[in-house]
Design a protein around this ligand. Structure first.
Ligand code: SF4
Ligand code: SF4
Length: 361
């Protein structure tokens, strides 16, 4: 049974020691991370968000983590994919705030990566981000939230979509299928064009919707914002997408020596969609706390178990959103069973879904 450390958000008295950052410090001290980073280069992988997002990991937690790593003899940097386009400084992610460099993990030109061949339909190349590949230790620090394509975004998604090249992200999303546009349903409101962060879609001179699949990540933002359902995903296969995420994660993790990866999941401001959308909606459930483990399967299972349907805060859903009848809260929202991802990780031998929570006072 794998150990998952848990620093809860709940408090019993007005005391700085009871706040989550204080508990996070104690959680780190209780963990194996100090020994893990001694004399090592350490990549701290986060999601820097986009545009108006304010639900990404608050800088105070990153500063605590950086101070901890440096105090234990680690040489660390913070990284994410293609951050130059996403203004991380707007969310406080700068070297002066965090105490270490903030880097594009595939380099500033997005061309620094190491390719491993895999075979899963459209997913043929896992291009491992160069700076992740070169580090001795990986700290996978994730903001837990819902995800339109796979139901749930946590530790696995943070690696599979963020420690790889743009090509690999596209090949992963390709497992879901493509987009189809229905001219009869389209009211030419342009919401799909404005909602695309990648400038991958347009209306051509004949007024037809076109997708430039080279730039399209198949993130489905355009589909979700369309008020009339004129765009739909075809060949949709979320199970294969989740398998692709797990396979990418395994391929990235295989580059690290055993015992050189540590996972931290922040369960606060748990929103319906991923931080890449560029905005933050109200929380779906009350804030839960922080979990940490050396086992990715265990921490993902524990995180999902802590997000309960009965704690749903209705304002976290768009008005009129109809929930499914069964399954995890994320399955009722997105129609995809989030535990598929965890089962795939376990199938690839990355850990155990059986865990013991150890609470940090
Ligand atoms: S799927 Fe995403 S990247 Fe592709 S056109 Fe739609 S919004 Fe743009
Ligand atoms: S969002 Fe939908 S209705 Fe609006 S322009 Fe795009 S396809 Fe047409």
């Amino acid at each position: 049974m794998s150990k998952v450390l848990f620093a809860p958000m709940g408090f019993s008295r007005y005391d700085i020691d009871q706040t989550l950052p204080s508990r996070f410090e104690r959680l780190l001290q209780k963990s194996e991370l100090g020994d893990m980073v001694q004399g090592k280069t350490v990549a701290i992988k986060i999601h820097v968000g986009d545009r108006m997002t304010f639900s990404t990991i608050p800088p105070v937690f990153l500063r605590i983590l950086v101070n901890f790593v440096q105090a234990h003899g680690g040489d660390c940097f913070i990284c994410d994919h293609a951050i130059a386009e996403r203004q991380p400084e707007n969310r406080g992610y700068t070297q002066s705030t965090l105490g270490c460099p903030v880097l594009d993990d595939c380099g500033h030109l997005n061309k620094y990566y190491y390719t491993k061949q895999v075979e899963l339909r459209t997913l043929q190349h896992v291009d491992i981000a160069g700076y992740i590949h070169d580090a001795d230790v990986l700290i996978d620090f994730s903001h837990v939230k819902g995800h339109g394509a796979c139901g749930y975004g946590g530790a696995c998604k943070n690696i599979a979509m963020g420690c790889v090249s743009t090509r690999t992200r596209q090949e992963e999303h390709g497992l879901e299928g493509g987009l189809e546009w229905d001219a009869d349903k389209c009211v030419r409101c342009n919401a799909c064009i404005e909602g695309c962060n990648h400038h991958a879609n347009s209306f051509n001179s004949q007024g037809e919707y076109e997708v430039f699949y080279h730039d399209c990540t198949l993130c489905q933002h355009c589909l979700k914002v369309c008020p009339t359902g004129a765009i739909r995903a075809i060949g949709h296969n979320y199970t294969e997408f989740q398998q692709g995420l797990a396979l990418c994660t395994k391929t990235v993790l295989d580059t690290f020596a055993p015992g050189h990866v540590f996972y931290i999941n922040l369960l606060a401001q748990i929103t319906i969609l991923c931080d890449c959308w560029g905005f933050t909606t109200p929380s779906l459930v009350p804030d839960i706390g922080i979990m940490a483990s050396s086992d990715i399967v265990a921490i993902e299972q524990a995180s999902l178990d802590a997000i309960k349907y009965e704690n749903l805060i209705p304002v976290g859903l768009p008005k009129g959103h109809v929930l499914g009848d069964t399954g995890h809260l994320f399955e009722r929202i997105h129609g995809k069973d989030p535990f598929v991802q965890i089962a795939m990780l376990e199938k690839y031998g990355l850990g155990s879904h059986e865990y013991a929570l150890e609470e940090v006072e």
